[in-house]
Design a protein around this ligand. Structure first.
Ligand code: PLP
Length: 402
């Protein structure tokens, strides 16, 4: 039975992979010895240290391979947030004599937006580009925004809420012509769609372990050779003086293993499997429910991302009702949930706040099945029906009913 396992126990369904992914068993297995047996400090000369150093360098190669980079261009960090902060503030501090202007978009993750807002308090000027109704940025708008003071363009590869995949390659061409640094927050795309940093034309790219079945608290900044950047964290000379602090060896090993496994899954066609499940969810829910809107582009979207707005309903009540049925989803991004502010991304694509409040994000992962998708297709319309019957907007809803 849907939502129920054997003996009446609730079978839980996880559809919140954009918030975090489960750590792969193989990743955990690869990490384990680095806690209890191979615990040397990679900066030590002795054999324990060298064992750990080898593991860090092996992981660096695996991550580099996944994105078509050179291992020397991979800097391990404490996660996606740190990578974004490092790229943006690091470029700003190191290049402030050249100019003080940065270009980004209105739909970036807060790790990017807050870094930019911080720099605004310190004399930098930031242009926040608009997006179209699908959440896509026009490369021409990037071109028009560039001035002789521009030192950095930072545009996310794909949006974490609505899944829109931005035209990074086209933007890369524009930015390269202008001779400016280009950073992309690729936290939601690395390991989920094929990526080649040279093909994209980026100088910096952020990634995060826990979004690709690796551990939390470890990330990477890809840094193209020759990029002039200041480090954020001072101390020892780790990561070629770019990021001080004794390396998180087990986390880095986990990140490397996660990258290796992600590469295999991409070759085996995981993207197509997720697209099929995603499109089925979108098609059947929008057929079964009235007054529902797909957020983001129908095709230019992350393989596992479904984001819908249901009119006359609060996102939070949908989440609670789904959770009672064992289904984990989200409304807006995990980082903003808990706040009553409508998502800045949904407002940027032109939704009025009352509609933006009724958003639901289901993000599929490698272990979701057809059966789980069928279960959500069965449960969700019933929840919507129930909530609309209780809704304070009931009158207006009934008047609009098809
Ligand atoms: N950037 C994007 C697009 C994200 O989705 C997230 C996490 O939700 C981050 C950055 C932050 O990554 P982390 O959780 O590793 O700090």
């Amino acid at each position: 039975m849907c939502g129920k396992g054997v003996n009446g126990f609730m079978k839980r369904i996880y559809m919140d992979h954009a918030a975090t992914t489960p750590t792969d068993n193989e990743v955990v297995k690869a990490m384990e010895p680095y806690f209890t047996q191979k615990y040397g400090n990679p900066n030590s000369i002795h054999s324990f240290g060298q064992e750990a150093r080898d593991a860090v360098e092996e992981a660096r190669k695996k991550v580099a391979h996944l994105i078509g980079a050179n291992p020397s261009e991979i800097i391990f960090t404490g996660g996606g947030t740190e990578s974004d902060n490092f790229a943006i503030k690091g470029i700003a501090w190191a290049n402030q004599k050249k100019g003080n202007h940065i270009i980004t978009s209105k739909i970036e993750h807060h790790a990017v937006l807050h870094s930019c807002q911080f720099l605004e308090k310190h004399g930098f000027r930031v242009t926040y580009l608009p997006v179209d109704k699908y959440g896509l940025i026009d490369p021409d708008n990037v071109k028009k925004a560039i001035t002789d003071q521009t030192i950095l363009v930072t545009i996310m590869h794909a949006n974490n809420e609505i899944g829109a995949i931005e035209p990074i390659k086209e933007i890369g061409k524009v930015v390269k012509e202008a001779g400016i640094y280009f950073h992309t927050d690729s936290v939601q795309t690395v390991g989920h769609i094929p990526i080649d940093v040279n093909d994209l034309g980026v100088d910096m790219l952020s990634m995060s372990g826990h979004k690709l079945y690796g551990p939390n608290g470890v990330g990477v900044l890809y840094l193209r050779k020759g990029t002039r950047i200041d480090s954020l964290i001072g101390g020892g000379s780790q990561e070629k003086n770019r990021r001080a602090g004794t390396e998180n060896v087990a986390g880095i090993v986990g990140m490397g293993k996660a990258a290796e496994l992600a590469e295999k899954r991409l070759v085996q066609g995981e993207e197509d499997k997720l697209i099929k499940l995603r499109d089925r969810l979108i098609k059947e829910i929008t057929e079964k429910v009235d007054h529902v809107l797909l957020n983001g582009h129908p095709k230019k979207r992350l393989p596992g991302n479904v984001n819908l707005c249901f009119e006359f309903i609060e996102g939070e009540s949908m989440l609670l009702n789904l959770d009672m049925e064992g289904v984990a989803a989200s409304s807006g991004s995990a980082c903003t949930s808990g706040s009553l502010e409508p998502s800045h991304v949904l407002l940027a694509i032109g939704l009025p706040p009352e509609i933006a409040h009724g958003s639901l994000r289901l993000t599929l992962g490698k272990d979701n099945t057809e059966e789980e998708v069928e279960c959500v297709i069965d449960i969700l319309p019933k929840i919507i029906e129930k909530l609309r019957a209780l809704s304070p907007f009931k009158g207006s809803w009934e008047g609009l009913k098809k």
